[in-house]
Design a protein around this ligand. Structure first.
Ligand code: ZN
Ligand code: ZN
Length: 374
């Protein structure tokens, strides 16, 4: 809904009447309009008036007049409400001037010039409204995150009705809205002390579609949308981590009419693992070893995320040491890189010793004392 204050003198300041610009009368038919447009295009076309700003402006005005009067819907809107009736609509949108000019034997004058002549307003009105995005929280185990998965998702969402293709009408049975004459817009005038307010809004009878449904679609009951639970398969790449998001464009909710569908965001969370701790691409595991293994060194079998790996404990390893198994961590999505597996070593003090073990340790202690006294 937009509100504009219009003073009586405003009409005169603003651009000329479209019929006047093309030099046709109000009853002119399509071929009259095209004939007059052709004559003006021959006169003002930029190829024939290089560098002439005046001619460029004329051409622009002529194009706009032609775009409105050659389109029965825009023309009806203009006849009823004047330029304000077209408010919010770019009149030249969707008109292929390039091929018209070719038809007249004129150059299409390069993309850049077309851009400056037609682009500005076109870009704004082409910005489509978008239906709601959806979020799906997907929880994976660390093993699934390591391998990557093809995950089936069940998404409850509103999608365009397949029976009526979103029109809401049974077998496409629609008629032109009588209130707005198919324009979808509706203008209300209000006189106040400072001028006339023209309020332009969406037609309340047809909600802006310009058409009235005669018989509603039985599948969607005329809403054009269906609540459904869709099954989708999403590929989760190997190496994803909590907080990673996968965007599936257009897989969110569908909207009414020409609205673009929203997107679906699959938000990953990876469960805590009973054995491994994760930090980015790296995994951590802790392992207890005896004092003899710590002192003499050893080879141990360690569970890695993709099977067992062999860890070499160097002689003289202290408790709390962190040993690295190169490339045994998590993959990084979209790369060949893999993180590492770090083994945190805890040296445990033996308990419940046999007599023989006690004798050996006592002897070990005496040797230590002798060595220190020397
Ligand atoms: Zn339907
Ligand atoms: Zn209407």
């Amino acid at each position: 809904m937009f509100l504009s204050a219009v003073t009586p003198s405003w009409q005169n300041m603003e651009a000329r009447d479209y019929y006047e610009i093309l030099g046709v009368d109000r009853t002119a038919n399509e071929s009259d309009i095209k004939r007059c447009y052709r004559a003006l295009a021959m006169r003002y076309h930029p190829d024939r008036n290089p560098g002439d700003d005046e001619a460029f402006a004329q051409m622009k005005e002529v194009n706009e007049a032609y775009a409105v009067l050659c389109d029965s819907q825009k023309r009806r809107l203009y006849d009823l409400y004047g330029r304000e009736g077209l408010n919010g609509v770019n009149p030249t949108e969707g008109v292929d001037f390039s091929s018209l000019f070719h038809e007249f034997g004129l150059g299409g004058f390069g993309e850049s010039l077309f851009g400056s002549m037609f682009g500005q307003r076109g870009r704004q009105s082409r910005e489509r409204r978008k239906a709601a995005d959806l979020r799906y929280n997907l929880t994976l185990t660390l093993e699934e995150a390591f391998l990557g998965v093809e995950q089936n998702l069940e998404i409850p969402r509103r999608r365009t009705c397949t029976s009526c293709r979103g029109t809401g009408a049974k077998e496409g049975a629609t008629s032109t809205c009588e209130r707005c004459h198919g324009t979808g817009q509706f203008v209300r005038e209000r006189k106040t002390g400072i001028g006339v307010f023209r309020q332009i809004g969406v037609c309340p009878d047809c909600q802006g579609s310009g058409t009235i449904i005669k018989e509603p679609c039985s599948l969607c009951e005329g809403r054009g949308l269906l609540e459904e639970v869709s099954e989708l398969t999403v590929s989760i790449p190997a190496g994803v981590d909590s907080g990673h998001t996968i965007r599936l464009q257009g897989e969110g909710e569908s909207g009414e009419g020409s609205m673009a569908s929203g997107d679906l965001y699959v938000v990953i969370s990876v469960e805590q693992h009973p054995v491994f701790e994760r930090n980015g691409d790296d995994l951590y595991i802790s392992r207890e070893i005896g004092i003899a293994q710590a002192a003499l060194g050893a080879k141990l079998s360690i569970p890695a995320i993709d099977g067992d790996a062999t860890l070499e404990i160097p002689p003289g390893t202290q408790t709390g040491s962190m040993l690295r198994l190169h490339g045994k961590g998590m993959p990084r999505p979209g790369s060949r890189h893999r993180g590492h597996l770090y083994v945190v070593v805890q040296v445990t003090t033996p308990t419940g010793l046999s007599e023989e073990q006690k004798d050996l340790l006592a002897r070990f202690q005496r040797l230590e004392q002798d060595r220190n006294q020397r």
